[in-house]
Each structure stands twice: as structure tokens, then as C-alpha cells.
Ligand binder design. Sequence first.
Ligand code: UDP
Length: 265
Amino acid sequence: MAQPVAAASGSPAVAGEELLDALGPVKPRWRRVVLKMSGEALGVTTSSEAISGDTVERIAQEVTVARERFGSELAIVVGGGNIWRGTIGVGAGMDRATSDYMGMLATVINSLALQDAIERHGQPTRVLTAIAMAEIAEPYIRRRAIRHLEKGRVVIFAAGMGNPYFTTDTSAALRAAEIEAEVLLKGTHSGVDGVYSADPRLDPDATRFDELSFSEVVMKDLRAMDMTAITFCKDNNLPILVFDLMVEGNILSAISTGSIGTLIR
Ligand code: UDP
């Protein structure tokens, strides 16, 4: 059974500070962003803990620095795959909707872990859930989310869309459109730093695209995000930046210059 959050093994110096010093004063490329990360990005592969304290700490640190240095308005959507995924229960014979609700609850656990870590850095946050649970988070109300962002709070959207049969990729795309974010930052965790012509872990000739159109992604069936999310972003002119979340400093680069990974628009 999964264990609670693994302790952070001492904070890394100040993640991204060196990169920022090298960049000098930066006017961020994006004014308002939604950062999507998979639950598995927070997971621990080497032990049974559900959440890596080190990873949560590093992300919290970069998010806080991004707020302080760039002033960009920042919302986060985190998945639940490190704890539960709808397909796990379905594979074991469970009712799909029930299993999906379990997945949505898993995203709330991850959201609270991120909230805790970000607030320990002094950055105010609000968790807004699509499933009411008033004791631990605010309900998702679009205008309230925008107000929080305008006040400089980091908003964490939890419980997906509140509807089974969807993923948190699609939830992130929907929330980004609703709050009129300029970009959806899709952080990957599998060591692939963007969108490639083929899986670079299997094909040494695979090449990374710096930029792609939505039509190319759909036509070539490129694996950037859940296809429902891709078509939603296409229909709503919402660019997606796919980048490697696990490289220190990359959240800062994605927000400040946007010149890493693959930009789909
Ligand atoms: N989920 C859902 N509706 C939503 C968002 C998520 O039913 O709007 C469920 C679904 O079962 C999914 C699980 O929550 O498998 C966890 O989300 P996801 O798989 O997107 O997490 P990630 O792969 O990003 O960690």
C-alpha cells in the first residue's frame, strides 16, 4: 500500500536561482499560465511512498520564484496517477464512474501536498475543487479563480472537472480556457523533453519538434497530451508548451522565455 509523503531530503540550494541570474531581468513571455503535471511526476519510483517530498519541494520552490521574479499569474493542475487512475479499477472489474471518482479524489491529495509545500515558501495559494469538500478547499468558481490570480495567489485546480470519463489533461485545458490563460504548460516526467517524430526512448532517429501546429499533432497522431485535450486547445486557440518538468529550472524557463520543449499552436 502507498505510504504518505516521503520526506524531502534537505532542500536543494535555491532551484533555478542560478538560471535566473544568468538570464538577467526578464519580462515573462506569458502573463497567465496553467501548469499541468501528471501525478506520476510527484511519485516515488524507488519506494512505496505515494509522493516524493523532494519533487514537491523543488516544484514549490520554482513556482514561488516564478511568482516573485516574473509576476506571472499561475494556476496548477496535477493529476492523480501516482495514487489512482480510473483504468486501474476498471481493470479489476470496478464500475468506471466510481473508479474515476477515486482518481479525482487522488488529484485532491496531490493538490494539498503542493499547496502545503508552496505555502511553506511564503507564496499564498488556493485549492479549488470541482467536487465540493468545503472543509478542505474552496469550490471551483471561475470568477473567484480569476480574482485569486489577480491577487497574486497560486490557484490549484483539484478533482479534475468533477466528471468521470475525463482526464486531468482535459481538465487543465478547460480551466486554462475558462480563466483565459495564454498557454497551457504541459510538464512531462518520462524523460522526454517535448514532442518527437517517434518515441525517442525506442527510436534513435526520432527528432524533437520546436514548434508544431495542432493539425500536425492530430494528423500525425503525435503523443503530446490526451487527444481530447489537444482538440479542445485547437478549437479554442490555446497554445500548449510541452517540456520536461523534471529538469531543475525548466518551470522558470517555460514561464519566462517559453523557448524550451515543443510549442503547439
Ligand atoms: N478523472 C476523471 N475526470 C476528470 C479528471 C480525472 O474522471 O475530469 C479521473 C480519471 O479516472 C483519471 C484519474 O482521475 O484516470 C487521475 O487523473 P489522470 O489520469 O489525468 O492523472 P495523471 O495521469 O495526470 O496523473
